[in-house]
Design a protein around this ligand. Structure first.
Ligand code: TYD
Ligand code: MG
Length: 452
């Protein structure tokens, strides 16, 4: 009997070792090295029959490289296109990660069903019937999408050769396994091998491949970090499962910016593209309520108006509670200290709760001023005018600091019908004749006059 070949892999970084050891030399993690069975049989190519002429790469001068080749494939989903940087690049590998149940399979199936190109959707997770049921919910009639339930890469490539699809979607990389490696699906060596085979296929045939990847409990894509190095684009699908909004962002993009953001709304019939997020995130109430303020933030390149709600009440217990949803709790404490010290508000004995509506987490510092305004408004129990909005960072000495791309925010606020936007005096603004009033302030005390 042939001897079973095994190797040791670090489950964190994918480094390979000849024998077991406690710590990985490459990434310094402890207890991550695991034995995996590998049995390399003689390996040819992703192709089962070698009847096609292989492209052989030759060195070329940069000006001689034909860039029209990189014309992108439209995915017919504006948000997805935007995050990719304008569409799928032929021959690229895209990895979509996200928590279980967030909607990765729904998103890709929905896109696959909308595409006019011949699409192959390979699923190792669900049966064809289950996918059909999902597709019925999404409800698209005309499509050119083929569903294959298979986990062995060699069989997948056989089907690909017969079908010659323009786009391949794989759900998920952790379920695939290759005959060339004997360890179980989802192990480091299998993930590496299957991805390598898919990359080879993608590059040789200029077919874009989209992979779904599971993530671990700390939010990283399961498998070795190298998986992220191997693919061209890493997308993250995130959001609170209990909220309807889902955000798609690029963590890595070889063909575009990582600043772009796609927003979807999960509905009973699949995901809906949200093209004007500000209008949805701001609750349309006629009543003016205390503790609400609107921030003009930027998510990636897109301006986003977000409602901030604060509740300030007398502490029932000895230690006042501070809690923030969608906002950094440490930053909230800092802003409260600034308010106490610079504006003389006695908040030390008050409970303060802060909530960013829509289940969105914001890390744009420009939201500070809206947070402060919401807290002041709740503390004094005086409602802010509904058509005020805020965009500035607050510094430790109570100064109102300038922020980036303020003009874009002002224009968005104007478009949505706000009457006044509060920004820092130190921001350079070249806009003239705006319908919206630009209120320049330099200190937190200046705000107090307007708000309470
Ligand atoms: P799914 O795409 O299976 O998630 P993932 O592949 O990331 O694990 O997402 C399924 C969730 O989305 C599930 O909880 C039900 C919900 N859903 C809808 O609300 N509407 C729909 O039309 C579909 C298809 C799913
Ligand atoms: Mg899924």
């Amino acid at each position: 009997m042939a001897k079973v070949k095994t190797t040791f892999f670090c489950q964190n970084c994918g480094s390979q070792y000849a024998k077991w050891q406690g710590q990985c030399i490459a990434c310094k993690e402890w207890n991550t090295i695991v034995e995996e069975v590998i049995q390399k049989t003689e390996k040819n190519d992703w192709k089962t029959s070698d009847n096609k002429v292989k492209r052989v790469s030759k060195p070329l001068k940069i000006q001689d490289i034909d860039s029209t080749q990189e014309s992108r494939l439209n995915t017919y989903d504006n948000e997805f296109n935007r995050v990719l940087g304008g569409g799928l690049v032929p021959g690229s590998l895209t990895l979509l990660g996200g928590e279980p149940g967030i909607g990765k399979s729904t998103l890709l199936l929905q896109i696959a069903l909308k595409l006019p190109y011949k699409t192959l959707y390979v699923s190792g997770e669900e049966s064809q019937k289950q996918i059909k049921m999902r597709a019925e919910r999404i409800n698209t009639n005309e499509n050119n999408c083929f569903i294959l339930t298979e986990t062995k890469t060699q069989n997948i490539f056989k089907q690909i050769e017969a079908l010659e699809p323009d786009i391949v979607v794989v759900d998920s990389i952790q379920t695939l396994h290759s005959d060339y490696i004997e360890s179980s699906s989802g192990s480091i060596s299998q993930i590496k091998e299957c991805t390598t085979e898919l990359i080879k296929f993608a590059k040789e045939t200029a077919t874009p491949v989209i992979l779904i990847g599971h993530i671990t409990k700390d939010g990283n894509i399961a498998g070795p970090k190298i998986l992220e190095h191997m693919v061209d684009t890493v997308l993250q699908f995130e959001g609170d499962r209990n909220h309807v909004f889902r955000i798609l962002r690029a963590n890595k993009n070889r063909f575009g910016s990582t600043n772009e953001l796609g927003i979807y709304e999960m509905q009973g019939s699949g995901l809906r593209e949200v093209s004007n997020p500000s209008e949805i995130l701001i609750s349309k109430k006629d009543e003016e309520l205390s503790g609400n303020a609107i921030a003009a933030t930027l998510e990636g390149m897109r301006p986003l108006m977000i409602e901030v709600q604060a509740l300030v009440s007398t502490a029932v217990y000895g230690t006042p509670q501070r809690s923030a949803t969608g906002f950094n709790a440490k930053r909230l404490n800092m802003l409260l200290a600034v308010l106490e010290k610079r504006a003389g508000f006695r908040l030390g004995t008050k409970d303060v709760f802060l909530n960013i509506t829509g289940g969105i987490t914001v890390d744009d510092p420009a939201i500070d001023l809206a947070v402060v305004a919401a807290i002041l408004s709740s503390n004094e129990d005086v409602a802010l005018q509904r058509d005020f909005c805020f965009a500035a960072e607050v510094g430790l000495s109570g100064e109102i600091r300038p922020i980036q791309r303020v003009e874009q925010r002002i224009l968005e606020a104007e478009k949505l019908g706000f009457s006044t936007i509060f920004v820092s005096k130190y921001n350079k603004i070249a806009l003239k004749n705006t319908a919206i009033k630009i209120q320049l302030i330099s200190k937190i005390e200046d705000l107090v006059g307007f708000v309470v």
